[in-house]
Each structure stands twice: as C-alpha cells, then as structure tokens.
Design a protein around this ligand. Structure first.
Ligand SMILES: NC(=O)c1ccc[n+]([C@@H]2O[C@H](COP(=O)([O-])OP(=O)(O)OC[C@H]3O[C@@H](n4cnc5c(N)ncnc54)[C@H](O)[C@@H]3O)[C@@H](O)[C@H]2O)c1
Length: 360
C-alpha cells in the first residue's frame, strides 16, 4: 500500500508543528498545501517538499490523491472546511477549538456520521507525556473518585492580536484560545463527566494593553495595537452530573504578578498536578507523599505532544485504532465554552439536561 497523502489547509504558525510531525511519520507523504495567502502557501510548499499548493481549500479537496487533511485555519472556517473535507471523503485532523458554536459542532458531528471518515479534534494536551503517564495512574484508580479540578492559564500581558483579537474570526479571546486546552485536559482526565451547569464571567476591562513598554510577548503576523474585540479574561465554575466540579480562570491581560499555568486534579485517594510539573499526591502509612515521576519532561513538551497527536491520527486513518479525541468530545467542549459565554452574558447559571442545550 502507498503512503497516506496529506493535505494541510492553513499554512500559518501552528501548521509547522503539523508539517514537522508528518515529516517524521513514515506512513505519510506531505502532498498538498493550501493557504489563501499565496506567498505563504508557496513558501511552505518549498520548505516541506509538497507536490502541489492551492489558494482555495475547495481545489485541494477536489484532488482525489489527498487521503487526509490537517485544518489549521482561523476558527471561523473550521466548520465549513471540515464538513467539506468529510463530504469529499477525506479524514480530518481539525485544530482546536472544533468550531465557533454548538450548532456548528453538531453539523460537523453529523457529517462525520454520514461520511464514516475519521475526524480527530486537536486536543494536543491529551497527547503530552505528562498527561499519558497520569492517565495510566488514574485508570489504575490511584486517585480514586476525582471530584474537583482546577486550572489557571494567566497572562498579565499576552493578547496576540490579529485574528486572535477579532471575535468574528476567533469566536472569543483567552477562553476559546487557552481555556479550551485546560478545560479539555481536566474534563478528559476526570473521565468526561456530563455537564450539569455552568456559571461563568468574562471581563473586558484592560483591552490588549498595547501601551505597555519593555515587556515582550507573542504577536500574530497581522497584529494591530488598536484592534481588539475579545474578552481580557474569563472564569467559570462547571458542575457535572456525577457531583464533580471544575474551576478555571484564563487571561490574555490581567493585573497579575506573573504568568501562571497550573492544572490540578483532586480525588478521594490521591491528587495530581499536571502543570506546571507532573506530581502525584497520596497518603501511605498515615503520611502524605508527594511523588514525582522520573520522566524526560514533567510539563507539556510541544514537539513530542504534536508528534504523538499526528502519529495517533495517522494510525486512526489507517484503521489501526479509534481516535481518543473524537468529534463528540469537540461538541461537549463547545457546549462548555459557549455555556460560559452565555452565563456571562445573562449573568445567570446555565443549566444543561438531556433535552435543553445552550442556545447560540
Ligand atoms: N494546538 C495548539 O496548541 C494551537 C496553537 C496555536 C494555534 N492553534 C490553532 O490553529 C489554528 C491556526 O492558528 P495559527 O496560530 O496557526 O494562525 P495563523 O494566522 O498563524 O495561521 C492561519 C493561516 O490560515 C490561513 N487561512 C485562514 N482562513 C483560511 C481559509 N478559509 N482558507 C485558506 N487559508 C486560510 C491564513 O491565511 C493563515 O496563513 C487556530 O484554530 C488555532 O486555534 C492551535
């Protein structure tokens, strides 16, 4: 059997992680690249040795040689492109967040069912070694019943601007960009409990703080210091049907002392910190133990995480396994993210049950 032919749609920053990981996978060939910015499409085609490049995703999807695609475009095109790719008979790896709304998420879910193709949502943190190691401990019941989790992803100064700061293209600010990773990480490790209610708040008090001098931060290619339509920060408490709860706060800008990235889980037999460093907390012989595994990287290793995500996707496309990051999880995550925005807008708790879902 020949190699799986890959198309990458959206050739910006994160696409490099996809390209580099595909390059190291022997089962695939980077075959085609698409970006509406022709220069970028051309540059990446030369850099990664693809055969073809396109400036419209529809042309790439019409190419019968393409077996699978990575979609690395802005969030506003995720639904449209992934549905078109599935309809064209391609397997899909879609960058996070799955899309912008719950309605779109359901449409993608329907397209996956109809096509019978693989769709994997890019929850890359699930593929970090620290997460994989902890998952084994959780599966062997070392933490017992996990009833509480907490995640913070705080930047005092770090609104990347460009499309990230444009609600139309991104769907939101730090919640949809950073929150999606940490909420999913907790939810996945908690065993994907069903959401019961959400109370959330978003604030737009500081803007992007582009006035700040002498402190550098990542800026998107199309950074504009005067444009920002997304929230500065968000917080939420999410209650699950099994009684467990999850508390999060995330920011692009906040009067905080320093950056903070912390994710913890607490069970009735033990606890764990995943970030900033993997650590297990337990009790033995009436003594509390902090146990630190000896592994290469105690925090998320970007390169290894992406390699593992791409290798898993390829293996799913080859029919060797089912994805651990299916479309249904993307739908649940969109319900949570949109639920937080809705609760913030209405100033009230959003309730979920079998029949009633958050409106868009
Ligand atoms: N998994 C992660 O850790 C991670 C990190 C960063 C970004 N992302 C996600 O990756 C996606 C892209 O982010 P980025 O930082 O690479 O952005 P980027 O702006 O650097 O790149 C996006 C590229 O997509 C192209 N594009 C946009 N819409 C298109 C369309 N309809 N057709 C063809 N090309 C189109 C743009 O021209 C641009 O070159 C986003 O969904 C983002 O949330 C994920």
């Amino acid at each position: 059997m020949g190699k799986l032919k890959i198309g990458v749609i959206g050739a910006g920053s994160i696409s490099d992680m996809h390209f580099q990981s595909y390059q190291k996978n022997n089962e695939v060939e980077i075959y085609a690249i698409c970006d509406m910015n022709e220069q970028r499409a051309q540059e990446k085609t030369n850099k990664y040795g693809a055969e073809k490049y396109y400036t419209h995703y529809k042309n790439l999807l019409e190419d019968p040689q393409v077996d699978a695609v990575s979609i690395c475009t802005w969030n506003n095109s995720h639904a449209e492109i992934s549905i078109a790719a599935l309809k064209a008979g391609k397997h899909v790896l879609i960058e996070k967040p799955l899309c912008k709304t719950v309605e779109e998420a359901h449409q993608i879910e329907e397209a996956v069912k109809e096509s019978g193709k693989v769709l994997q949502v890019g929850f890359v943190r699930r593929f970090g070694t620290n997460t994989e190691v902890l998952k084994k401990f959780i599966d062997s019941d070392e933490l017992g019943e996990i009833y509480y989790a907490k995640a913070s992803c705080i930047r005092p100064l770090g609104n990347p601007g460009g499309w990230f700061a444009d609600k139309e293209r991104s769907g939101g600010g730090p919640l949809i960009d950073l929150g999606v990773h940490v909420i999913d990480l907790c939810w996945y490790l908690m065993g994907k409990p069903k959401v019961k209610s959400i109370s959330g708040n978003t604030y737009s008090k500081l803007g992007n703080r582009s006035n700040i001098k002498n402190l550098s931060f990542y800026k998107a290619a199309d950074y504009d210091p005067d444009y920002n339509t997304v929230e500065d920060m968000a917080n939420a408490i999410i209650r699950f049907e099994n009684g467990a709860s999850l508390m999060i706060d995330v920011s692009f800008t906040l009067h905080a002392k320093k950056e903070e990235f912390a994710v913890s889980l607490y069970g009735d037999k033990g606890g764990a910190e995943i970030e900033p460093e993997l650590l297990l907390v337990t009790e033995k012989n009436d003594t509390i133990l902090n146990a630190q595994p000896q592994i290469d990287s105690l925090s998320f290793d970007f390169n290894k995480g992406f390699q593992s995500e791409i290798d898993h996707f390829v293996s799913c496309c080859l029919g060797e396994r089912e994805t651990i990051s299916p479309v249904q999880d993307g739908v649940e995550m969109m319900k949570i993210l949109c639920g937080i925005y809705e609760s913030s807008e209405t100033g009230a708790e959003v309730q979920f049950d079998e029949d009633v879902e958050v409106k868009q």
